[in-house]
Design a protein around this ligand. Structure first.
Ligand code: SF4
Length: 356
């Protein structure tokens, strides 16, 4: 587990009354603001994050330092699931910047998957046969501290409509491609009119069969799954698959469950990928609960990734040997269809590499 020095304030401390009312405010924001307002209203300041959650002020200098490397961004709908005053909360650990993010650790680099080698057109990453990634949005609703794209040059990969046409031409010409994947950033941070436009252009390419979306937005702002999104998802002729990103069972509250029900109602196949993170989900009990909870809300566990060695995230690392041992033990706790595949992404390989 991550060793952390400052201790969280306990219930009954000087800020507890203020925090209780904050909890009410957080609950009210969800459901009364549309998703775009919730996106704009996300906490983007380390001081506000620590204050909202009643953390010991000793966390603040480290949070401010980490914030200069990769800015804080946490929507209130996600904050409301973090236990107040608990610096060890597994959801908080995913979003709280730390001083150690500035440590230089051998093997941890800016572009761990060497994606710069595979960008033939603006906004396009073509690493694997048959499928391509489209950077449909340069932004995320939440900034996850372990993200392998925390240093990605989004400014160079935010195509205009004309550039998208060039990217679409690339897809039209390569008839081996049968699947397009909306990625990012978080693709669902883009407005629906832009996504619907792109989905329509893709549906016009005869050899494309599937549209996959890799997104965390329905998890961190469940109100993102609204009528406008469901409209274009149901209108496309392409089969739709959504790979959400959930690392801990506490991320799934009733709002997330309802959002997943709406997606399933629209005929979207739901899969989950997690990252194995030190101090967040690196134990069998949590991983077993995660798989059970995912299936409860209609999501199939798909991948459990070991951490990509990105600069700033070394403190989340779990060794491959430990990961394999965890997963071998997990097998005894879960039905086979609830077992995620433990994988590592190795630059240059034709697919993800199974570790167990
Ligand atoms: S791309 Fe995904 S993992 Fe990375 S910060 Fe955005 S939501 Fe988090």
């Amino acid at each position: 587990m991550i060793t952390r020095t400052p201790t969280a304030l306990q219930s009954g401390n000087a800020t507890h009354g203020e925090d209780a009312s904050e909890g009410v405010t957080l609950t009210l924001r969800q459901g009364t603001q549309d998703w775009q307002a919730q996106l704009r209203d996300a906490v983007r300041d380390p001081r506000a994050l620590c204050r909202h959650l009643g953390l010991d002020p000793a966390w603040l200098p480290g949070a401010e330092e980490g914030h200069t490397l990769f800015p804080v961004r946490v929507p209130h709908a996600y904050l409301s699931r973090i236990h107040h005053g608990d610096a060890d909360d597994p959801l908080l650990r995913q979003v709280l910047p730390l001083e150690r993010e500035s440590d230089s650790v051998a093997g941890f680099v800016g572009d761990p998957l060497e994606e710069a080698e595979h960008r033939p057109r603006p906004g396009l990453i073509h690493k694997y046969r048959n499928r391509v990634l489209l950077i449909a949005s340069p932004a995320c609703a939440i900034n996850c501290r372990y993200c392998f794209r925390r240093h990605f040059p989004y400014a160079e990969n935010s195509p205009s409509r004309a550039q998208w046409e060039s990217t679409l031409d690339y897809l039209r010409q390569d008839t081996s491609i049968n699947e397009a994947i909306f990625s990012g950033g978080d693709p669902l941070a883009s407005p629906d009119r832009r996504l619907a436009w792109l989905a329509e252009r893709l549906a016009d390419i005869p050899h494309l069969k599937r549209l996959r979306l890799h997104t965390r937005l329905p998890v961190v702002i469940p109100d993102r799954v609204d009528g406008a999104l469901l409209d274009w998802l149901t209108a496309t002729r392409l089969q739709t698959v959504m790979v959400v990103h959930i690392n801990h069972p506490n991320e799934i509250d009733t709002h997330v469950a309802d959002a997943m029900a709406r997606l399933r109602g629209a005929g979207v196949t739901l899969l989950n990928q997690s990252v194995l993170l030190r101090g967040v989900n690196d134990d069998v009990e949590t991983l077993a609960r995660l798989s059970e909870r995912l299936f409860d809300v209609g999501i199939l566990p798909y991948y459990l990734h070991v951490l990509d060695p990105v600069e700033g995230a070394a403190h989340f690392d779990v060794s491959d040997a430990e990961a394999v041992s965890l997963v071998e033990t997990l097998r005894a706790h879960l039905a086979g269809f609830l077992m995620p595949r433990l994988v590592r992404e190795i630059p240059g390989e034709a697919s993800k590499t199974p570790l167990a």
